[in-house]
Design a protein around this ligand. Sequence first.
Ligand code: IVH
Length: 692
Amino acid sequence: MSHEKDIKRMRELERELEYHSHKYYVDNAPEISDFDFDALLRELQELESRYPEFADANSPTKRVGSDLTTEFQSVEHRYAMQSLSNTYSSEELGEWIDRIRREIGDVEFVCELKFDGTAISLTYENGALLRAVTRGDGRRGDDVTNNVRTIGSIPLKLCSEGYPAMFEIRGEIYMPYASFDRLNNEREMAGEPLLANPRNAAAGTLKQQSSKVVAERGLDCTLYHIAVDEPIKSTHWENLLEAKRWGFKVSEHIKVCRTREEIEKFIAYWDTERKHLPYATDGIVIKVNSYAHQRTLGSTAKAPRWAVAYKFQAEKALTKLLSVDFQVGRTGAVTPVANLDPVQLAGTVVKRASIHNADQIELLDIRIGDMVYVEKGGEIIPKITGVELSMRPADSTPFEYITHCPECGTELVRYEGEAKHFCPNTKECKPQIIGRIVHFVSRKAMNIEGLGGETIELLWESGMLRDIADIYHLDPIQLASLPRLGEKSASNIIEGVRQSTDVPFERVLFALGIRFVGETTARYLASHFRTLDAIANASVEELSEAEEVGAKIAVAITDYFASEDNRRIVETLRESGLQFEAKDKVQTSNALEGKSVVISGKFAGRSRDDMKALVEEHGGRNLAAVSANVDFIVAGENMGPAKLQKAQKLGITILSEEEFMSLISSAEPTVAPQAEEQKASTENIAIQGTLF
Ligand code: IVH
């Protein structure tokens, strides 16, 4: 074959493979077998390796992903990615409709499913996928194009004609339940932590460093909004039909509605019917159909006025409570866990649920054999929320809570103000010891790889590990001789242990497992006291001076250091070379020098902790409560009304996330230019001038 012929064949294969991908992933109607598809794909791969200079950036071979790791570039959205205002009731929805009618008169609405995944904006230039960007803070997001190319239902090249030369199309990337279950099963077998829900799984997958991993995870994408200067058609509905014609996956479950009744009917239908969908939805989005009307209605700072999301109530299932197990955690806290007759709930089969504590069992009068309601919250384990008394068996008896530890037989105690029962045998009760060690080595603590729960149990049983301090005295030869370990794993563990001596002080403090001292508290304590000795020697009053540390935490800390055993462990850890002192934080600028800031609410682009870290990096001080000492408040979504009222009364400046970002990004850097450059690429926000 001549060179020219090969290139022609490459173009042909690209077109053919793209056509069959669309048939398979979008239309659900494949025309050729997987075997034949793979043969075509291999042919193209081979030609591409022979003529790399002629390989297309959007070649179907990119769908397989690669092992190359990606740094995500921050990219500005041409059109801001807004969120939607939510309503939870029919009344609120009615008010929204009335408001629109008052302003415009009679309008058409489009009702759609609200997909529960992660938003994506795709840019197409001359019919080819140019870029895929996450929502980020709405103005800028991460360029995840390489990962998105692996999603089969996203066209790399558009079919048919009539699309604008350049446009953005938005939609939701989600993980269908089938992919989610498969992934979690694999993780469970590998002893990895489970993913809480398909939404987190989708968002996490999209940020994977290797696009090959993304390709294997089975993501899907449905598009629901076109952003372009000159829309092709005059209504949202018609534009979606066009998008479908170009090759995008557009939901089949959309409907034009003219009355409130029609909208309510659509909502009521999907509120039950969504249980049969193969992916998660969390509401219905109602949009004004005509673009002219959308323009008249405009937007608020956060969301368009022409659209609203009606959120569904959490799904419930009714099933039989078979038995209750009791788990003992690392703090000795006893948690009852319900074993249920397996039941389908929000796309997955539920077999276990948490009941929290004895009071909850008593309050709900939960009994073995009862039919109980289970609901999924944000957590992996669903919870029991009620009992169907009308179905209670005649011979049922009230539940009797255990009095002794199911693991070591010690009598349980209840501490004042604690809802849970505790096993006080901290020294010898196996799950407590193992739990403490597991916590110590966990990723957010000392991050010692290779030491999973099972290995730790093995080491404990063989007498090599009695407490966390023993980790630093593990013998490689002894380790290697253990069943299932071997030399390679043993040397990995030893290396992980060695590296952990560099883990910063705040994480060491967290790793100790002092009650109530979570990651954030550990960070505050470390920055306030600087050394472990200062914390160990501080009184309850002194400890309470650190931010976010109340009396309960302060007492827990003094209790911890009052124990001789703990003091011995801490001394051994010190001798092993762990970091017991805080290193100085790099300060990026002086923009907030001398300012006290309250961060409140939920933010679009970053977590509250990240926001607080930014305050410190720019020389400011975080305060928890609104008082006259506060210079300004950065308010996210859902800032508490009481806080807001107080701030207004005190005349404190309230900044939005964007205003805050522009304030710090306009500041003079105090660090080397290189570091600043890196920062700018992740948080570039339009500079709107300084506020002070
Ligand atoms: S329209 C300007 N339609 O919900 C309007 N959003 O809570 C753009 N979402 O960020 C959004 N399904 O990620 C729209 N059918 C749908 C949707 C949808 C899910 C997500 C989207 C958005 C979030 C707002």
